[in-house]
Design a protein around this ligand. Structure first.
Ligand SMILES: Cc1ncc(COP(=O)(O)O)c(C=O)c1O
Ligand SMILES: [Zn+2]
Length: 410
């Protein structure tokens, strides 16, 4: 059973029935799913959620599809780990890592995609498609394989080789477009109008967006049914950032947690930071930029949820920070050396932003702070392979001792 009511326009509040539609026919505003929160409040409790599966599907009361029909490859309920070592480096006593890089296709994208693939099957689509900055296409291809659907993925041709391999293994049609993400997205939008395909982040976007709310629910449950003081979230389209906040608010609206006073911090790489620039300039809209960044997963110059991300920043007294390009790899290395977690470039952006926020005193030493590590370093190995330091020796004990042993310093 689901508690879904309708689709509603986020700009003019026009209502629509549940169908594969993402923009309002009256004002072209984005559509969002609404729920019968009264019934959720009556029927759902901490105990009923705790009795559910250890995956995103324990939260299906808050999703547009129910767990019975789920296209499920085991997404969610990822670890929330106390980051003692990184915390002590930065003077933070209550720092946590939400490690979403251990999802089945190694990024948080499995959350939105498991929900969308399920809904796409329910709608009767037999093709699952997406436009991607790298992680989404792997997730779409994997879920399509599980669902027995055909898959076609569109991406900027300059993407990291490991991201391409991580998608192609599942057998999608891989379309490498000579253009940046925003150009790929325009192509996808035209195709979505002309083909009967479930484009997860175009015509299926309202359903897709809902999946990311589960990150908000999970951190609240894992903290013992509490919201944190600070969240630091990487942003490309800004969807993930706004949906983590939506998840926390929904939990509070139905009485599962107290009203959150979480500050939401948004992190972008300097080379593609349109939301940060709009925040600094105190604008309500987000002027597009041409991306030029090492963090290719975050390279969206015209972010669809940019204005809503700005609203979330102001509603939560948060902020938006840009990481200098040359600090992205340092962020990846710092997390690996202190916490044993190998993240991709988006995670490097988050860790560097955390460092800056801690140094500036924007987050307090005892506040509960969560950084969202949303993608796995094995998918962007290119950026760190130059850093492999080798100790070279022959295969015998004496060779090792003569050449290296005394230097090894153990
Ligand atoms: C690893 C990773 N983190 C964060 C994001 C940002 O997601 P959003 O477009 O919802 O802002 C992406 C987007 O592709 C991503 O791949
Ligand atoms: Zn509208």
């Amino acid at each position: 059973m689901t508690y879904v009511k309708s689709l509603v326009c986020r700009s003019c509040f026009e209502e629509y029935p549940i169908e594969p539609l993402n923009v309002c026919e009256m004002c072209f505003g984005p559509l969002e799913i609404t729920y019968d929160y009264e019934s959720i409040r009556k029927n759902i409790s901490r105990e009923s959620i705790e009795a559910g599966p250890f995956s995103v599907w324990r939260y299906d009361a808050f999703l547009p599809v129910s767990r019975e029909n789920a296209v499920d490859i085991g997404t969610g309920f990822t670890p929330l780990t106390k980051a003692e070592n990184l915390g002590s480096r930065l003077g933070l006593n209550n720092l946590y890592i939400k490690n979403d890089s251990v999802n089945p296709t190694f990024s948080f994208k499995d959350r939105p995609v498991t929900v969308t693939a399920t809904k796409a099957l329910e709608f009767g689509f037999d093709v699952l498609a997406c436009v991607s900055t790298g992680n989404l296409m792997g997730s779409v291809a994997a879920h399509g394989a599980k669902a027995g659907m055909k898959t076609i993925v569109f991406f900027p041709e300059n993407l990291e080789q490991s991201k391409q391999v991580s998608a192609s293994i599942y057998g999608p049609v891989m379309v490498a477009v000579d253009g940046n993400y925003d150009q790929v997205n325009r192509l996808g939008s035209e195709l979505a109008d002309n083909r009967n395909w479930a484009f997860v982040n175009i015509n299926m976007r309202p359903f897709y967006a809902e999946g990311s709310k589960t990150l908000g629910y999970e951190i609240a449950e894992q903290l013992g049914w509490k919201s944190p003081d600070n969240c630091i979230v990487p942003a490309a389209s800004g969807e993930l950032y706004t949906k983590i906040w939506k998840g926390l608010k929904e939990f509070s609206d139905v009485g599962l947690i107290n009203q959150p006073s979480t500050k939401m911090f948004l992190a972008q790489p300097q080379g593609c930071s349109p939301i940060v620039s709009a925040y600094i300039a105190d604008q309500k809209i987000v002027p597009p930029v041409i991306p030029d960044t090492l963090a290719k997963s975050l390279a969206i110059g015209n972010p669809a949820s940019g204005p809503f991300a700005l609203e979330t920043i102001s509603e939560t007294n948060g902020a938006a920070v840009a990481t200098p390009e040359e600090e992205i790899v340092a962020g990846i290395e710092l997390l690996a050396e202190t916490e044993g977690i190998f993240t991709e470039t988006a995670g490097g952006v988050v860790v560097s932003s955390l460092k800056k926020l801690a140094e500036n005193g924007d987050i307090g030493p005892d506040e509960v702070t969560i950084i969202f590590i949303t993608g796995n370093g094995l998918k962007t190995q290119e950026v760190v392979t130059g850093g492999v330091k080798l100790v070279k020796t022959g295969p015998t004990f004496s060779e090792f001792e003569d050449l290296i042993g005394s230097e090894a310093n153990f």
